[in-house]
Design a protein around this ligand. Structure first.
Ligand SMILES: C[S@@+](CC[C@H](N)C(=O)[O-])C[C@H]1O[C@@H](n2cnc3c(N)ncnc32)[C@H](O)[C@@H]1O
Length: 326
């Protein structure tokens, strides 16, 4: 896959909120993403007005006609909203909207809403995209695992800044969902193995498809059925256990804590890193008390603003715990 050199591409391919849309590149955003601008025509200091027809056409080249968008397009709903916002921006600047934008918009009105689409997440250190097939709804087919959750993005960013921990390690992830965390780590680190796990058949099917889509080799990377409410396999002895946004249902929190304890018993030098978006403080506190009941040590990990890679709403309180045997 080719790499992005423009924020508008990165935002569009990851379907980030249009409220946070960066239409134009500035020095700060270049630094944040760690990518170099190519001094493109849509820079404000060009001879064209920023919303001129030339610049509108350039925005389309960097989004709708980008090589990744052609192969793995963002959802129709997102593309429609993107064009609508683009038209608003152009019209409120006093410029005339290009015919091509109207044509694309009208074409998209013909489609009925699809159930799945693609999101491509840019990894600036590697200058590559990780592309995931995801559902267009947060909850579908009775599972939350068909979309990427905030916890996966935050834990990915934390792991990328603590990369030494993951070198040459066997890693197992609980409740992998779409697979963003494992894919980001597998593309960034030299690990011994990465095992993705989940319980839901549709999630497992999509997860396998996403692992395949990103060209990960079989053997080192595997996708397995694993239910926290069933026996923890003794033969699995990962060095590191990861999970993101898995603390949500008070009914299965005890099984989750017991599962983590079982893996840490299988390999007493292992550690777990669990990221949780705090939606319900009492469920989270229940998780902590279950860790206590299983005689596990836990410490909240620091997160730094400089490690931010993904674009998402940062209003959420996401906590990362390091868990180990007492
Ligand atoms: C909110 S989603 C988070 C998915 C992913 N980790 C992320 O952050 O994008 C929770 C995941 O836990 C999985 N899950 C729920 N109950 C489970 C259980 N008993 N055993 C294994 N996985 C489970 C779901 O299938 C789903 O993929």
């Amino acid at each position: 896959m080719t790499f992005a050199n423009d924020l508008v591409t990165v935002h569009f391919l990851a379907c980030t909120s249009l409220r946070n849309m960066k239409w134009f590149q500035d020095d700060h955003s270049e630094l944040k993403l760690g990518v170099k601008s190519d001094k493109c025509a849509i820079h404000p200091w060009t001879t064209h007005s920023i919303w001129s027809e030339v610049c509108q056409s350039e925005i389309l080249q960097k989004t709708f006609y980008h090589v990744i968008a052609k192969k793995y397009p963002p959802s129709e709903k997102y593309r429609r909203s993107f064009l609508k916002e683009l038209m608003n921006q152009v019209e409120s600047s006093g410029e005339v909207c290009a015919e091509e934008i109207f044509t694309l918009y009208v074409d998209l009105l013909q489609f009925c809403e699809e159930k799945t689409s693609y999101k491509s997440y840019f990894l600036p250190m590697m200058e590559i995209y990780v592309t995931l097939k995801e559902s267009t709804n947060m909850l579908s087919n009775g599972t939350t695992g068909l979309v990427t959750w905030t916890g996966s993005m935050v834990l990915s960013e934390w792991c990328l800044t603590n990369r030494k921990l993951f070198d040459k390690k066997h890693i197992l992830e609980l409740g992998s969902g779409c697979g963003l965390l494992g894919l980001v780590l597998s593309k960034s680190f030299e690990m011994k193995s990465f095992t993705f796990t989940d319980v839901h058949p549709d999630v497992l099917e999509q997860l396998r498809a996403n692992v395949h889509l990103n060209g990960l080799c079989q053997g080192k990377h595997s996708v397995k059925y694993f239910n926290w409410q069933e026996r923890t396999p003794d033969e699995e002895k990962p060095d590191i256990i990861l999970a993101a946004d898995v603390v949500f249902d008070p009914l299965i929190v005890p099984d989750l804590a017991r599962t983590i304890a079982n893996f840490l018993c299988n390999n007493t030098s292992a550690v777990a890193f669990i990221a949780s978006t705090i939606r319900n403080e009492s469920t989270y506190q229940m998780f902590l008390s279950q860790l206590d009941s299983n005689k596990l040590n836990y410490f909240e990990q620091e997160q730094s603003k400089s490690s931010e890679v993904f674009f998402f709403d940062r209003k959420w309180d996401v906590r990362i715990l390091k868990i180990s045997m007492s």
